[in-house]
Design a protein around this ligand. Structure first.
Ligand SMILES: Nc1ncnc2c1ncn2[C@@H]1O[C@H](COP(=O)(O)OP(=O)(O)OP(=O)(O)O)[C@@H](O)[C@H]1O
Ligand SMILES: [Mg+2]
Length: 154
């Protein structure tokens, strides 16, 4: 399993629990456990997908390849621009809408059977890695969306 801090970021504080005796090592949780089943990703090595959604539209996507099972850019994962299939895009859009976010970075892992799992929906996603493989300006797109919807009421 994976144990995540309630307020974590960039892979910090995430632990992999491989046996029951690993659990007492989660000392900083104050009795609150946020656990996910470990998803083994499809293909060689370790990878997941980051889908950046603004106002119900996917604006950029990338695959991150980690040096270990942590695929965070801050942990040295490399970024690769990919075009995702409709299923993955639709999943990210639906997830963002379900929790009522104007924009989000949705992290998805595909398992060995091709099943898709959302592992995280980021409300304050970093986009340094994404912009290194994306031919656009994320800040500009976000600002434009705010102006369109909340100032011009488009
Ligand atoms: N359930 C899981 N199964 C396998 N690997 C996981 C799982 N959850 C997380 N990971 C790995 O750990 C990395 C970080 O996890 P997650 O995206 O949940 O938190 P975070 O990146 O620390 O938070 P933030 O994106 O806000 O900085 C993921 O990119 C993935 O590589
Ligand atoms: Mg993440």
């Amino acid at each position: 399993m994976i144990s995540k801090p309630l307020f974590g970021s960039q892979g910090e504080g995430i632990l992999r629990i491989e046996k029951v005796t690993d659990i007492p090592w989660i000392t900083s949780s104050h009795g609150v456990y946020y656990l996910q089943r470990f998803i083994s990703c499809r293909g060689e090595g370790f990878s997941d997908y980051r889908v950046f959604v603004i106002n119900g539209q996917v604006i950029a996507t990338m695959r991150r390849r980690g040096k270990s099972w942590l695929n965070n850019v801050a942990r040295g994962a490399s970024c690769e621009q990919v075009t995702l299939n409709m299923e993955m895009n639709a999943l990210a859009i639906e997830a963002t809408q379900l929790i009522g976010m104007d924009y989000a970075g949705v992290d998805i892992i595909e398992d060995g059977h091709g099943r898709l799992y959302i592992i995280e929906i980021n409300s304050v996603p970093a986009w340094k890695g994404l912009e290194s493989v994306f031919d656009g300006n994320v800040a500009q797109l976000l600002a434009q969306d705010v102006v369109n919807r909340y100032i011009l009421n488009k």
